[in-house]
Design a protein around this ligand. Structure first.
Ligand SMILES: Nc1ncnc2c1ncn2[C@@H]1O[C@H](COP(=O)(O)OP(=O)(O)O)[C@@H](O)[C@H]1O
Ligand SMILES: [Mg+2]
Length: 304
């Protein structure tokens, strides 16, 4: 039955597969689930499991990520750590089929969302990107759009199906969920670009959640933020995991230790070689009793 979510339902969308279109596309989709939900309710829905099996990722001939098998558990935060260039971003982008938007990029292996292969035949990548939302390193609100329209961007895609009242409700619910409502409720018609960096990142999180994804992927979402804004996002992540499955790339060890339940450590043997998963475990185990020496060296700050 889940198959229907990824196949068919969204097959008529024919937006071009370009890097520029990615934000709109990743938010695009119908709003049936969202609009049927009362604003402000915290649903007790079960989030979904993402499983990577033997995933290899390439940029042309370059083998960037080798043979990753790991499970990203529902209602938990999984941190991806490891030194720069070891393939964290590349791997994250394969989890919602964004990797293939890079010209020449390719994927081998399987990724399952609650048992369904997101790379399976007939699966619509646009539907995958709606169910598996992404928040980027640099906050990227649509600069000329109002705060309101930024959140409603994914809903606008199917404007014909959404009433103004439903849209208002989803915008409010998403902004409340992103801990931003009180700060912006009196200026919803002002440009999103007028907000502080931390507010912009929370706006992007509101935009990502407005279309009711199952999984949220975050690629160093705090790297452009000051410590106070960073803590606000970490609080928000702790809140969001009640509803979502979350994977977050971070280069900040303290952040991984504070904000995640599980940690996956990636490494590469030398520059030019593919990155790989060294080990994954509970964050406590990875930071206090890792199985591999290289993990211990990394988390104790001996390299990276
Ligand atoms: N668009 C691209 N084209 C070619 N190589 C890329 C591209 N993006 C990243 N890479 C390479 O893939 C490897 C992994 O990069 P990345 O996933 O960005 O690592 P991380 O996020 O861990 O710093 C690096 O060697 C990087 O240079
Ligand atoms: Mg990266």
């Amino acid at each position: 039955m889940e198959g229907r979510k990824l196949r068919g339902m969204f097959g008529s969308q024919t937006k071009p597969e370009t890097e520029e279109g990615q934000n709109t596309m990743s938010q695009a989709g119908p709003v049936t689930e969202t609009s049927s939900q009362a604003p402000g309710t915290v649903s007790a829905r079960r989030a979904k499991t993402l499983e990577a099996k033997g995933v290899n990722l390439y940029y042309g001939d370059f083998h960037a990520v080798e043979n990753v098998t790991m499970t990203i558990e529902p209602n938990k935060v999984t941190a991806l750590i490891g030194s720069s260039g070891c393939g964290k971003t590349t791997f994250l982008r394969s989890l919602n089929r964004m990797h293939e938007l890079t010209p020449g990029a390719s994927v081998k292996g399987d990724i399952y969302l609650d048992g369904e292969d997101i790379y399976g035949g007939g699966v619509d990548p646009v539907a995958v990107r709606r169910l598996v939302g992404m928040v980027f390193q640099q906050p990227n609100p649509f600069p000329t759009m109002s705060i309101y329209d930024n959140v409603a961007a994914g809903l606008n895609f199917n404007a014909g199906k959404v009433s103004k009242g439903d849209k208002d409700a989803v915008v409010e619910k998403s902004l409340r969920g992103a801990h931003l409502w009180d700060e912006v409720k009196d200026r919803l018609d002002r440009p999103g670009s007028g907000l502080s960096g931390g507010q912009q990142q929370r706006l992007c999180i509101a935009r990502a959640t407005a279309v009711s994804p199952e999984v949220l992927l975050m690629d160093e979402p705090c790297s452009a933020l000051d410590p106070v804004a960073t803590l606000a996002i970490e609080d928000l992540i702790a809140e969001l995991k009640k509803e979502y499955t979350i994977a977050i790339v971070t280069h900040n060890m303290q952040q991984a230790a504070r904000a995640s339940d599980n940690t996956a450590f990636f490494n590469l043997d030398e520059s030019g070689k593919p990155g790989h998963l060294v080990e994954i475990g509970t964050t406590e185990d990875i930071f206090t009793r890792p199985k591999q020496k290289e993990t211990e060296d990394y988390v104790s700050g001996r390299f990276g």
